[in-house]
Design a protein around this ligand. Structure first.
Ligand code: MCN
Length: 782
């Protein structure tokens, strides 16, 4: 029997830093993004959005606009009536007084009131996009403006009510940890360090803004949505169950290439419902493409909180307890669990990699006249890591201790694994101390004083930060994979996760090659289609590799199990005598072998099969991990500041990461690199800014919303120190958000370390030149 056609086994397997298969078509411009998908007869939609942060709608007049050339229809909230439902909450939270959580849903189009700049009011559909835009500008909306509140702290302390039914703007309270034990630890502490940290509001700023194309097939009675969402199957379920209230099989969601998503494209937006609804009404496909200037008003935002944090230490600098109170700005509507995710699911990493005996956290979710907040790369983990890692540096300064030494004293030793934290999580494995020591070496932290002195001689300030990050990734939810062989022996792999740029095609082909020895060039990769892929939870929370990859591994195991029966017949041997490795079944102790491709071909020829065996070779895997994985790593950031201008330059960035088994070191580095860029961007420049008085959005374009560029980032040194987990067959931990989690505190701590000699003790992000310069001047004046 012949061997499979792969010349060099393992060249595409796990751990190989191969280039991404998908890049060839992407760099040639042959991808299929939102703009590339067009249907015959399609019309174009434009959304009319609120220009006020808070107002009563006194009149919406579409008459003049409707008469303009090319206009097919204009829909308002009144036109929709009760046709479309809203998303619902499953979380059962309470307000501080014990009353039920206040969670107002987001109607598809506003009727009596608008509650943030960008709240959708009407949809104009026309033959061309230009005609739709012209007509949208002619829709007359009369507003009676109301007082608005956008700042987190103001919303929580007597600011105007966003909803009459919730005068204090408090949606709900979430608590974690042991309050009594924490209070007791604080009572006996030798030192207590207290700080307030403000984390800004940001927008994901993907390269490709969102889009949606809806179609209705009257013959089949089905909707098809083409959209760049992260969870096609869950979006289909939401549209069927919550919005249209139709059987799930009557909706198909198709997602092509996605030009970045970062959590913000995760879920079900009003525009998805509207294009489907309009397509059915008009009998034509309807396409909506978000303009760049529309993206900040139209999309969910992220982060935005104010945290009071306290650290209790004993006389030797051992951590006794952490107490955290956070005001989280959740925007005007809390329409699904997703809008609260960052406020609870990841705050458990507030205790970081440190052995805190006690901790207590309170998160008050506060409503404001802003877009809803939702997961964005890290979804609560960067915020948590920011608080604990800044607090440690601030404590070290206050106690005149070396911040690295303070971390060494308190880091959880690997001998303590599995370690149950004070916030109730169990870290299964990790070498936190070793990672930190390795990062210190790699970044030449010992040589920093010389570099700092040299910078001072040049008139520059230089600071260094060492930060340990840990995150919760790939939680206990299922993911799906299917492997289908064709009668000629080639294979198709169908995944329930959805690639948005992470390199999934490459990652999963590598896993398949490792287990089945399949030549990646003979494997077709499919994701993002609810008609073709049976099930999927989708891509978020750095879960696709761990859970999707393990599901694929399971499906491959089943292929091997069935293949073994067929191979036994082909080789006239007993099943138990067969070994499977590198894509080949071999009779132990002989050179008799048959390749999987040949076995697959035989699977479709009944005469070649053992008696009673069902023909065909297609298997599925649905994997659900027992619990989360805990990717971790140490970030060392070095920054230089020009005290005359306040400009911050990052001059060094080093990471030693542990994401368990590394599937592809090249794509992994890309993930970490991109994640760091997003964290650095937030720390140094990005911010969604509202005017405090009017609630107007001041940063709707790249003229006002600063984005990091290539020259913002230094060369990064990224090394992996994998500690494989036993929680999944791959030994992998999540990686897609790891860079961002450490980058917020690493960047800000480096800036503050540089400013410390001048006496600057406090600075909130973004550390823009103006803010840094002002902090220096204020300190000098004082
Ligand atoms: N990887 C690896 N070894 C591991 C884990 C991961 O080699 N042990 C590599 C693989 O190449 C894998 C990639 O890292 O394809 C990301 O893996 P994973 O951690 O499983 O993350 P997901 O694929 O589930 O992606 C989600 C994650 C999140 S939550 C956000 S937000 C994010 C991110 O990925 N959004 C992104 N990275 C992004 N990258 C791009 N280009 N675009 C986005 O929108």
């Amino acid at each position: 029997m012949s061997r499979p056609p792969i010349k060099q086994m393992g060249q595409f397997g796990i751990g190989q830093g191969i280039k991404r298969f998908e890049d060839v078509r992407l760099v040639r411009g042959e991808g299929r993004f939102h703009d590339d998908v067009n249907l015959p007869g399609q019309a174009h939609a434009v959304i009319v959005r609120s220009i006020h942060a808070h107002a009563r709608l006194t009149r919406i007049d579409t008459k003049a606009a409707s008469k303009l050339p090319g206009v097919l229809a204009i829909f308002t909230g009144a036109d929709l009536g009760d046709a479309l439902g809203t998303m619902t909450m499953t979380l059962k939270r309470k307000r501080p007084d014990g009353s039920p959580m206040f969670a107002p849903p987001h109607q598809t189009l506003a009727r009596e009131r608008v509650r943030y700049v960008g709240d959708p009011i009407a949809m104009v559909v026309a033959e061309t996009l230009a005609q739709a835009e012209d007509a949208a500008a002619r829709v007359e909306v009369d507003y009676a403006p109301l007082p608005a509140v956008t700042s987190t702290a103001a919303a929580a302390s007597g600011g105007p009510a966003v909803w009459d039914a919730c005068p204090d703007n408090v949606s709900n309270l979430h608590e974690a940890g042991d309050k009594a034990a924490t209070d007791a630890a604080f009572a006996r502490a030798a030192w207590v360090v207290r700080r307030r940290y403000v984390i800004t509001r940001v927008h994901a700023q993907y390269l490709e803004p969102r889009g949606a194309l809806g179609a209705w097939d009257p013959g089949e009675g089905r909707y098809t949505l083409y959209a760049d969402v992260q969870y096609p199957h869950r979006v289909r379920n939401a549209l069927a169950t919550n919005i249209f209230k139709v059987p799930e099989h009557t909706i198909r969601v198709i997602v092509g290439d996605v030009g970045g998503a970062f959590g913000t494209k995760g879920w079900q937006y009003p525009e998805h419902r509207l294009v489907l609804w309009a397509a059915r009404k008009l009998g034509r496909p309807v396409k909506w493409s978000c303009e760049r200037r529309e993206a900040i008003p139209a999309d969910e935002h992220a982060r935005d909180n104010v945290t009071d944090a306290e650290l209790a230490l004993d006389a030797d600098g051992h951590f006794l307890a952490l107490r955290v109170k956070t005001l989280a700005n959740v925007g005007a509507y809390v329409s699904s669990d997703r809008n609260l995710l960052a406020t609870f699911s990841n705050i458990v990493t507030l205790v970081g990699v440190y052995a805190f005996p006690a901790a207590h956290v309170q998160v008050l979710s506060v409503l404001s006249n802003t877009n809803s907040t939702a997961p964005y790369r890290g979804a609560g983990r960067p915020e948590a890591t920011y608080v604990v890692e800044r607090l440690i540096d601030d404590a070290a300064r206050e106690l005149a201790t070396d911040p690295v030494e303070l971390r060494r004293r308190n880091v959880i030793p690997s001998s303590a694994m599995p370690y149950k934290t004070a916030l109730g999580m169990t870290y299964d494995c990790g070498e936190f101390r070793a990672n930190m020591e390795a990062a210190l070496k790699l970044a030449d932290v010992a040589g920093f004083p010389l570099r700092r002195d040299a910078a001072h001689r040049r008139g520059k300030l230089r600071g260094l930060a060492v930060v340990n990050a840990i995150e919760r990734a790939a939680g206990a939810q299922p993911e799906f994979a299917e492997i289908r062989f064709a009668p000629s022996g080639t294979a198709t792999v169908l995944m329930g996760s959805k690639n948005q740029g992470q390199g999934h095609e490459t990652t999963f082909k590598q896993i398949l090659h490792e287990r089945l020895g399949l030549d990646p060039h003979e494997v077709r990769y499919i994701d993002g289609d609810t008609d073709r892929v049976a099930f999927g939870m989708g891509t978020m929370g750095s879960r696709s590799t761990v859970i999707g990859g393990s599901a694929l591994w399971m499906a491959a195991d089943k292929i091997v199990a069935k293949g073994r029966k067929i191979a036994a017949k082909l080789l006239e041997a007993a099943e138990d005598d067969l070994k499977f490795a590198d894509g080949t079944f071999t009779v132990a102790g002989t050179d008799r072998a048959v390749g999987l491709k040949e076995v697959a071909r035989a699977a479709f020829q009944p005469a070649q099969l053992p008696k009673g065996l069902e023909p065909g070779l297609y298997e599925t895997g649905t994997f659900v991990p027992a619990t989360d994985t805990w990717p971790n790593g140490c970030h060392v950031c070095e920054a230089e500041i020009d005290p005359d201008t306040g400009a911050v330059t990052l001059v060094g960035y080093t990471i030693v990461d542990d994401v368990g088994t590394v599937i592809n070191p090249v794509t992994l580095k890309g993930q970490i690199h991109g994640g760091v860029a997003q964290g650095v961007g937030q720390a140094l420049m990005e911010q969604v800014v509202y005017d405090d008085e009017s609630g107007q959005l001041l940063t709707a374009s790249f003229m006002d919303y600063a984005m990091p560029r290539a020259d913002t980032l230094p060369d990064m040194h990224i090394e992996s120190a994998p500690v494989p987990t036993r929680l999944n067959p791959l030994g992998a931990k999540g990686a897609g958000e790891a860079g961002t989690v450490g980058a917020l505190p690493a960047t800000m701590n480096a800036v503050l370390d540089a400013l410390a000699p001048l006496g600057v003790r406090d600075l909130d992000m973004p550390a823009s030149p103006e803010r840094v310069w002002r902090a220096i001047e204020d300190t000098r004046r004082r």
